[in-house]
Design a protein around this ligand. Structure first.
Ligand code: NAD
Length: 359
């Protein structure tokens, strides 16, 4: 379904079980493993999340055979190879990834290589747990692909795990989720169900983030943000992403910029750029945000809570803009507005300077 033809679509649902409950990481993961018939789980996390991973491992008791706390951003191939070796050495029959998109990405890399089923216990709002998309980085270049084998079979959302996520990163991660929904709303392969999920995802996440910022210790606000992450992540899994995701992919993979923050800074500019070519999607985002200027609202939200204000602040050099724009323009396969290097450069310059979108 798209702005042009609302009665032409294909939709594929993926079989994934979702549990969202305070405390679920240690009270629900073992039951999810049993339902999947798994008895020898390797628990994966990043170094920072090792304590949480151990708590999940303890809750699994004899169902856990090892903990491997070595996930790193963008899944370097050598990190993936070590995790695959750990899974084989432990004779694991499945993995539990505890953490953000980097830990879940490592679980997906193991699944891709071995076929082992994955349970995800997310600690950010990245939405990766709801997609069959994997990523691997080699020699500074990140490759991504789609394979149903990497889609987590079960997702355990525990608001308690996200209490420690600092406010600026919480908001950046939440806007990263909103970006999935925005691009799903104008994707050529979005279905009526995807559009519902995406619009509601934006609404729930945009309402949750100011609550999280005002009271980061609120389990309710954190739960609402995870609810939003689930919906936004679902729309990411169900639709082909456009200019925004390709540009962020290039900025992260080839220029080393941090994932969620980059999404936050680029999204308002891409939405302002694409809106004239996707009026239905732009109207849906505005409805969900309760505004008549969605790019401006998305630009203001992170600034209010101390998130980075420009790609320059994140360390991108002005001399890199033209190269990044050309690389991203070459990677985009679908986008409502035809993609030119000049157009991408204008978007990128706006995010680089942190200027209000559309100016
Ligand atoms: P991340 O997992 O790298 O986490 C970011 C930082 O936050 C890390 O330093 C981590 O240790 C810390 N952190 C995570 N949870 C925390 C918590 N609860 N409290 C305190 N600190 C915490 O980042 P991310 O933004 O979650 O994920 C980014 C990665 O995921 C990228 O590689 C991106 O490409 C990938 N991703 C993939 C998909 C997909 O569908 N395949 C979707 C979104 C993101």
């Amino acid at each position: 379904m798209n702005d042009q033809d609302p009665l032409s679509f294909t939709h594929e649902s993926v079989p994934v079980r979702i549990v969202l409950r305070a405390g679920a990481a240690v009270t629900a993961t073992a039951e999810e493993a049993r339902r999947l018939g798994l008895r020898r789980l390797l628990v994966l996390s990043g170094p920072r999340g090792a304590d949480t991973a151990r708590a999940v491992a303890d809750s699994l008791g004899r169902l856990c055979v090892a903990v491997h706390p070595e996930a790193r951003m963008h899944v370097p191939v050598e990190v993936a190879a070590r995790a695959v070796a750990a899974a084989r050495a432990a004779n694991a029959d499945g993995c539990v990834a505890v953490g953000g998109g980097s830990s879940i990405g490592l679980g997906k890399a193991v699944a891709l290589r071995t076929g082992l089923p994955l349970i995800a216990v997310p600690s950010t709002y990245s939405g990766s747990e709801m997609t069959p998309v994997w990523g691997l980085t080699e020699h500074g270049v990140k490759r991504t692909g789609r394979d149903p084998v990497v889609q987590p079979r079960s997702v355990v959302y525990d608001p308690g795990l996200t209490l420690s996520l600092p406010v600026p990163l919480s908001v950046a991660s939440g806007v990263n989720a909103i970006a999935h929904a925005v691009e799903a709303l104008y994707a050529p392969d979005a279905s009526p169900l995807t559009r519902l999920t995406a619009e509601e995802g934006v609404r729930v996440m945009a309402a949750a983030l100011p609550e999280v910022a005002a009271d980061p210790g609120s389990v309710e606000a954190r739960g609402r943000a995870l609810h939003g992450a689930w919906l936004c992540g679902t729309s990411l899994g169900a639709a082909t992403m456009g200019l925004h995701h390709k540009l962020c992919h290039v900025l992260g993979g080839s220029f080393g910029l941090p994932h969620a923050e980059t999404h936050t800074l680029v999204l308002p500019h891409v939405l302002a750029h694409n809106a004239p070519a996707a009026p239905g999607a732009a109207a849906a985002v505005a409805r969900a945000l309760g505004t008549d200027d969605a790019p401006r609202a998305l630009w203001e939200l992170p600034r209010r809570v101390g998130a980075p204000r420009s790609l320059a602040e994140l360390g991108l050099a002005e001399t890199d803009l033209a190269r990044a724009a050309a690389q991203a323009a070459g990677e985009v396969t679908v986008n409502p507005r035809p993609v030119t290097t000049d157009g991408v450069l204008r978007v990128l310059r706006g995010a680089y300077e942190g200027a209000p979108p559309g100016e």
